[in-house]
Write a protein that binds this ligand. Structure first.
Ligand SMILES: Nc1ncnc2c1ncn2[C@@H]1O[C@H](COP(=O)(O)OP(=O)(O)OP(=O)(O)O)[C@@H](O)[C@H]1O
Length: 583
C-alpha cells in the first residue's frame, strides 16, 4: 500500500472503500490513516471477526466504522429499515460521540444511511418512535436502553437481521458489570453460532480475562490486531506521567490548587480534566473550584461531569467542554473512557483509579490524535501502592509540589476558605462516597475495616468536617462496615473499639476500650443527618423531559455548569451498574 511520509493515505483505498466514504473523509480533513486504521483496512476482508487493541486517541472509532459502513454500502440485499450495524458502548456520551462520527462519515451517502441512538436518560418514547418510523440501518446503543427496545416485539423484529456487532471499549462491555446485560442482548438477536453476524471488539486495554468471554461475540478464527508492542507502556507516549506524593490527605486539595495555578500560569489556554474517585467527590471539587468556592485560577471556566447529574446537564456539559478552548472539568469515570474532548493538555487524577486499565483510559483523555499533554496523579502515602504495583507505567516521582510563588498563592488558605462555602451536605456525601470507595479497594490498600474508617475520617477532616458525619445503620451494613470502630452511627453515636479511630481535632477522644474487647456504641451528641446525607434524588434541570431533537440532544440552551446543582440525581440511568457499588 502506498504511503506518504510513512503514513498511508486514505485515497489509496479507492476501489476498496466507496467514493462516498472517501469524500466524507476528505470533508472531515482526514487524509492519512492512523496505524490502527491502516491495519484494520489492510485486512483481506472487511467482514472478518476481529479483536483490535490500539492506544487511546488513535482513531479506533473510524477504524471500526469504515469497514462496517463499507460492508453495509456494498451489500446488495441491504434492507435499510432493519438494523444492519449495531454498536454498543458503555456510556451515553460515548454512544452519542460514535453516532456523531458515523453521521460525518455517511454525510455523502445518497440515500442517507440513518444512524439512530438508543441510550438511557432521554425519552424512550420519542427515540423509539423515530426508530420505528425511520430506516435505522445503524444503531448505536448503551446496553440498558437496548434491552428496553428488545423487550418489545416490533423493535426486536428490527434487530433480527444484524450483520455486524461492534463492542467499543470491549473489555468494559465484556466485564462482570455489563455481562448480564450483554447476555440478555445476545439472547434476543440472532445467534452468533449461525454465523449470521460479524463481531468486532475494540479497546485500548485488553486484560487477559477478556479471552474467556470473547467466544460470545467473536468466532474462533477471529483476527487479533494490536498496534502496541508487548514491551511498550500501554499509555500514550506523547504524555509524560508523574506522581505527586503528598504527606497526608490534608495536602491533596492545596496541592491540586497549586498544580492548576502553575499550569494556568504556564499555559493560559489550560484545558484540564481532573478525575476524582467518585461522582460525589467530583461534585464536591466542582463546588470548591467553581462558583461556590471560587478556588479556580481566574478566567478559567469550571465544569463537572459525573453520573449523578441529570442527563440534560451531562449532555450540555459534553457539548460545552468539547467546544471550549480552556477550562477545568471535574469528572468521575463517566468520561474516563472513549470521550474525545479536543486539546486537553492536562489530566490530573486525585487518588487511585479503580484499576490499572482505568488509569490508561484516564491518561488517554490527553495526547489524542498525535497531540501532546501531560498526566499528573496526586497520591497520599496510603495510595502510593498504585505506583509500586504498576511499574509498567512510566510514572516519574515529581516529589512534593508547592507553588514557586507560595506567598502570592496561599493554596491551603484558599482551599480552606473555599471548602467553608460549600454546603455541608455536599461534603458529607463526598465523605460517604469516599468511605465506600476505599472499602471497595480495601485489599489493594492492604488495610482492615478500622483503617478504612480511619482513612475516611481523615478525609472528612480534610474537607472541613470536624467530626465524622453520622451514618444510617443500613448504609453502614451495606458498606460492610457494621460495628467498625471510628464510625458515627446516626442516633447511636461513635462506635468505639480497640482498633484506631481517626483523631479528629476539636472532638473529644473516644473513651478507651480494653484491647480485644468487642466494639460497643456510645451515644454521640452532635446532631447530624446520616439519612439526610444520602440525599434525596431530585430532578435536575431539564432531566429527560427536555429532549426533543434527534438523539436526545437537549433543546434548551444555557450553561450547564454554572451553579447547577446536580447532586443527588442518581438512579436515572437505565444502564447496568458496574459490580462495584456506586457510592
Ligand atoms: N486518520 C486520522 N487523522 C487524524 N485524526 C484522526 C484520524 N482518525 C481519527 N482522528 C481523530 O482522532 C481523535 C481520536 O479518535 P478516537 O476517539 O476514535 O480515538 P480512540 O482510539 O477510539 O480513543 P479511546 O481509546 O480513548 O476511545 C478524534 O478526534 C478523531 O477525529
Amino acid at each position: 500500500m502506498a504511503a506518504d511520509n510513512g503514513r498511508v493515505v486514505f485515497a489509496q483505498m479507492a476501489g476498496r472503500l466507496k467514493p462516498q466514504l472517501l469524500s466524507a473523509l476528505n470533508a472531515m480533513d482526514l487524509t492519512h490513516m492512523t496505524p490502527v486504521q491502516e491495519k484494520v483496512l489492510q485486512l483481506p476482508t472487511f467482514t472478518q471477526d476481529c479483536l483490535v487493541q490500539a492506544k487511546t486517541g488513535t482513531g479506533k472509532t473510524i477504524a471500526f466504522l469504515l469497514p462496517a459502513l463499507q460492508s453495509l454500502l456494498s451489500a446488495k440485499d441491504l434492507e435499510r429499515e432493519f438494523v444492519g450495524l449495531l454498536v454498543l458502548a458503555p456510556t451515553r456520551e460515548l454512544a452519542q460521540q460514535i453516532a456523531d462520527e458515523c453521521d460525518r462519515l455517511t454525510q455523502s451517502c445518497t440515500p442517507p444511511l440513518e444512524c439512530h441512538l438508543a441510550v438511557g436518560g432521554s425519552s424512550k418514547k420519542s427515540s423509539l418512535s423515530k426508530f420505528l418510523k425511520g430506516k435505522p440501518t445503524i444503531l448505536v446503543a448503551t446496553p440498558g436502553r437496548l434491552i428496553d427496545y428488545l423487550s418489545e416485539p416490533e423493535p426486536r423484529q428490527r434487530l433480527s437481521k444484524i450483520r455486524c456487532l461492534v463492542l467499543d471499549e470491549a473489555d468494559r462491555m465484556l466485564d462482570q458489570g455489563f455481562m448480564p446485560a450483554l447476555m440478555q442482548i445476545l439472547q434476543q438477536i440472532p445467534p452468533k453460532a449461525e454465523g449470521k453476524w460479524q463481531g468486532m471488539c475494540f479497546s485500548a486495554t485488553v486484560p487477559p480475562e477478556v479471552d474467556k468471554v470473547l467466544h460470545l461475540v467473536l468466532d474462533k478464527n477471529h483476527v487479533r490486531i494490536s498496534t502496541i508492542d508487548k514491551n511498550e507502556a500501554p499509555t500514550i507516549e506523547t504524555v509524560p506521567q508523574s506522581v505527586i506524593p503528598v504527606s497526608s490527605v490534608d495536602e491533596v486539595l492545596p496541592t491540586l490548587h497549586s498544580v492548576l495555578s502553575c499550569a494556568k500560569a504556564d499555559d493560559p489556554v489550560l484545558k484540564a480534566v481532573i478525575f476524582c474517585p467518585t461522582a460525589r467527590h467530583a461534585g464536591l471539587l466542582y463546588h470548591v473550584f467553581g462558583s461556590t468556592g471560587g478556588a479556580a485560577p481566574p478566567r478559567l471556566p469550571v465544569f463537572q461531569m459525573q453520573s449523578r447529574m441529570a442527563q440534560a446537564a451531562r449532555t450540555r456539559t459534553v457539548e460545552e467542554f468539547k467546544a471550549t478552548d480552556r477550562g477545568l472539568l471535574f469528572a468521575s469515570d463517566v468520561v474516563g473512557r472513549g470521550m474525545d474532548f479536543p486539546d486537553i493538555n492536562l489530566v490530573v487524577q486525585i487518588g487511585v483509579p479503580s484499576d490499572k486499565d482505568q488509569y490508561v483510559h484516564r491518561v488517554g483523555r490527553t495526547g489524542r490524535a498525535g497531540k501532546g499533554g501531560r498526566a499528573v496523579t496526586i497520591l497520599t502515602p496510603e495510595e502510593m501502592w498504585f505506583v509500586r504495583n504498576n511499574p509498567e507505567f512510566p510514572i516519574e516521582n515529581a516529589g512534593r509540589f508547592t507553588h514557586p510563588k507560595a506567598s502570592a498563592y496561599p493554596s491551603a488558605e484558599i482551599i480552606k476558605n473555599a471548602l467553608a462555602k460549600v454546603p455541608e451536605q455536599t461534603r458529607v456525601q463526598a465523605y460517604i462516597s469516599n468511605l465506600g470507595f476505599i472499602k471497595s479497594l480495601m485489599k489493594l490498600y492492604r488495610v482492615d475495616p478500622p483503617t478504612v474508617v480511619k482513612l475516611g475520617n481523615q478525609f472528612a477532616k480534610s474537607i472541613g468536617l470536624d467530626e465524622p458525619p453520622p451514618l444510617g445503620q443500613s448504609l453502614v451494613s451495606k458498606m460492610g462496615l457494621k460495628g467498625v470502630p471510628g464510625l458515627v452511627i446516626e442516633g447511636k453515636g461513635l462506635v468505639v473499639g480497640s482498633a484506631p479511630a481517626a483523631p479528629a481535632q476539636g472532638r473529644r477522644p473516644p473513651p478507651r476500650n480494653p484491647a480485644g474487647a468487642a466494639p460497643k456504641k456510645v451515644h454521640h451528641h452532635a446532631a447530624g443527618g446520616g439519612e439526610r446525607s444520602q440525599g434525596k434524588p431530585g430532578l435536575g434541570p431539564g432531566q429527560a423531559r427536555g429532549f426533543s431533537t434527534r438523539r436526545g440532544k437537549p433543546t434548551g440552551a444555557g450553561k450547564a455548569t454554572a451553579g447547577a446543582s446536580t447532586e443527588g440525581n442518581g438512579g436515572q440511568s437505565s444502564e447496568p451498574r458496574p459490580k462495584r457499588p456506586r457510592w
